[in-house]
Structures are given as C-alpha cells and as structure tokens.
Design a binder for this molecule. Structure first.
Ligand SMILES: [Zn+2]
Length: 424
C-alpha cells in the first residue's frame, strides 16, 4: 500500500470515535421527509466544516431545506471528485421501534436510528472522508467537493434537482462518489427508473343493489390492474456488456447476498406495482370513480417512449379510463461504465482492506446519482447494507461504517492521486 493510503488509514483509526460521534450526532438531528426539514442536520454539518477551517456555501431555495456545498483544492491542478449525500430520511412510525429512532444508540455492534442506513451513515462517512482528505490536501491533485442535499426521499425539487438547475457548476465534476446503501459487497453503477401513471376510472355509479344500472369503477380498476401486468412481459434490449453481467450466475449470487434474495433477477425486468387504488364512497354505493397509481420500473435498455405505447394499448381497452404520467420527466434508466476507473479503484481498495471484491450492481430504486449520470458524470455508490433501509430499528453495523469510511477516504485519495501519477 502506498504511503498516503497508509497515513490516511492511520488517521481514520485515530479519528474513529470522532467519526462515530459525528454519525450519532447526525442521527440525533431528526429530518424525516415528509415534511423534510433538514436544518438541524445542515447546522451540524456546517459547524463541523467550520471547525475544520472550511467555509461552506449554503443554498436554501426552500427555507427549511438547505443544501450545503464545501470544496477545497489540492496542491496541483487535477481532476474534480464530488462527494454527495442527502440529509433527509424516511418518516418514522415510532410505535414500531424498539430503540429510539432519533437516539443514535450503539448496541450489539450496531448504531441505531432513522437514517443510519439511508443515508446518514454514508453521509457521515463522506463528510469525515472529506475532512481527512482536506488535512492532507498538500499532497493531493485536483479538487474535492462535498455536497449535502435535502429533499431526496420524495424525489423532491428543493435538493439536488434545484442545485442542478441553479448551481450546476458547483455540482458537476469528473466523477461522483455517493454513500447511499449499496452493501459493502456491491458498488451501484446504475439505476432503474420509475414510470408513474395515474389512471382514473369513471362510471355513472348508483345504488349498490342496482348493479345492472351502472358499471363499477372499482371492478374496472381491478381489471385494469390485472391487464397492466402485460407491461412486465415487454422484451428489453440492454447493452451487451450488461446482459452478460445479468446472466452471470456468480454475479447474481453475490448481488443477492449483498442486496437481498431475488434482487438480481428483477434488474433486467420491467416491474409493476399498483401502489395506490382508491375508489368508492361506502359499501352499499356503486362506485363512480376509482383512481389507480401504478409504479412501473424501467430497466436499463427500455425507454419511456418505448414503454408508453404498451401502456396506452392496454388502457385503450377500457373506455371508462383516462390516464396521465406523473413521474418526473427527466427520469430515465441510467448507468455508468461498470468497468470505469472509480469502479476499479473501489474494487482494489476494498480488497486492500481485506474484504471480497465488490460486484457492480444496478439498483432497483432511484437516487440523486441519476442527476450526475444524466450530465455525463460517472457516478458510483458504495455504502452500507440496505437491509434495514426505511424499516423500524434501522441500523448500520459499526464495523461496516468504519470500513466504508476507510473505503471512501482511500478511493477518493487514489482517484485524485492517480491523475498526477502519485501514489501506487
Ligand atoms: Zn437514500
């Protein structure tokens, strides 16, 4: 291992308790979205950066949803690495938790709290890595930008999307590293994309006993839900290198180990979830209106324009139905090179740290990383296991957190050093 990596590892070990304390403090600052108020988390991050002598910029397009950006330059010109995390977390059903969701409690080798996994664990790691890199900046080339954004969990407009619309130059770089959950066994290099459709069925309606007098909007909605399954059978043509990866049973097994059983199989598939269905006034009234919200997920290799005619054809069979697309227009399946430089650096780094090489994986849900990919910036995600993501008693394993911090720090330093020829 090169001298700089060794020194950085020593610094991670020396600052381990401090990094754990930072994560605990982030977990103790509630930021559920909705409503998405992240001010207490942002204040903590701003204070931490200032404490290290770094002056962050803060952008608050929504008064309760600030975005924090900090950057520094190395000793020589070089490449620009961007680190990104979000400060908001899923909401909490407090009665389901056996630990305090805002406690940051450490027990049984885990740190508990809403966001421990998605993604205050990754956020604390990226922030700690940023500070460690700043401390050795006289030996780095290029630039590092740290971005902590709001409004990610609802695909909202006030976080990374706003920053890309109004402060694009601050967000763009040569490569993005995110700490969203991926599992330490996997690196996320791409994402499926949501295609959301709202369907409204209208009939005349009437008395519940007079079923001869009007069709039932609810029954038609049920038939539509079934008929829409057809979209899951659409043939998909993914790029050849990705198809080879999808078909490799060894990779599939490792993806399932890291991300959960069955994950690998649905990566190349179109999936359909009828997320909401609401219709009718009361039991003995024939419903005149029913609304369906269908969450279709597009795999890499299928565009909205290709999918849309299939949806239209299915719905054309139901003259009582009208429909509209409600997913963000800019969304599309997105991916970076699964053999790209940061992927290779992450893989080498994880192995140098004594763990198995992570496999590249396309994930089923979406993150802000898609914004960088849409702008042509390669984006990779390395973070904790997604197992407890969004669930009660969410946690991150302490040793995984430390491993992720080591990986983020070393991979970032190596990416910057690789350009100048320094290091390995
Ligand atoms: Zn997340």
């Amino acid at each position: 291992m090169d001298t700089l990596s060794r020194e950085l590892l020593d610094r991670v070990d020396a600052g381990r308790d401090q990094a754990l304390g930072l994560l605990q403090a982030l977990l103790r600052a509630p930021s559920p979205n909705p409503p998405g108020d992240t001010r207490s988390v942002a204040d903590l991050i701003i204070a931490t950066l200032r404490g290290a002598g770094i002056a962050p910029q803060v952008f608050s397009p929504h008064p309760k949803m600030p975005n924090v950006v900090a950057r520094f330059d190395g000793a020589r010109p070089g490449r620009h690495l961007v680190l990104n995390g979000h400060m908001d977390v899923f909401p909490v059903a407090e009665h389901e938790w056996s630990r305090g969701p805002w406690s940051g409690e450490i027990a049984d080798g885990r740190i508990y709290g809403r966001g421990a996994c998605d993604m205050k664990g990754g956020l604390a790691s990226l922030l700690a890595a940023f500070l460690l890199l700043h401390a050795v900046r006289d030996r780095l080339a290029g630039r590092v930008t740290f971005t902590a954004v709001s409004d990610e969990e609802t695909f909202g407009p006030w976080g990374a999307r706003w920053m890309f619309e109004h402060q694009r130059d601050l967000m763009l770089g040569d490569c993005l590293l995110s700490g969203e959950p991926s599992s330490p066994h996997c690196v996320r290099f791409g994402e499926k994309s949501p295609y959301w459709v709202a369907i409204t069925v209208r009939t005349r309606g009437g008395h519940g006993a007079y079923t001869h007098a009007s069709a039932s909007a609810n029954k038609i909605a049920a038939r539509i839900s079934k008929a829409l399954e057809e979209v899951t059978r659409i043939p998909v043509r993914a790029p050849d290198n990705l198809v080879a990866m999808f078909r490799d049973p060894d990779i599939a097994r490792q993806i399932d180990e890291g991300c959960g059983a069955g994950h690998a199989a649905v990566i190349p598939e179109v999936t359909l979830n009828i997320g909401r269905m609401s219709g009718g006034l009361k039991m003995n009234v024939l419903p005149s209106e029913c609304r369906i919200e269908a969450d279709i997920r597009l795999p890499v290799g299928l565009t909205k324009d290709e999918l849309r005619p299939h949806v239209a054809r299915v719905l054309a069979e139901f003259p009582e139905a009208t429909w509209e697309e409600i997913s963000p227009p800019e969304d599309a399946p997105n991916w970076s090179d699964p053999d790209g430089e940061m992927m290779r650096i992450l893989s080498c780094t994880v192995q140098d740290l004594g763990r198995r090489a992570p496999v590249p994986v396309i994930t089923l849900g979406g993150t802000d990383t898609r914004l960088w990919r849409h702008h042509g910036v390669p984006a990779y995600v390395y973070g904790p296991s997604p197992e407890s993501m969004g669930a009660a008693d969410e946690y991150i394993v302490v040793e995984d957190f430390v491993h992720i911090l080591r990986t983020h720090t070393l991979a970032a330093a190596r990416y910057l050093a690789a350009w100048s020829g320094e290091g390995r």
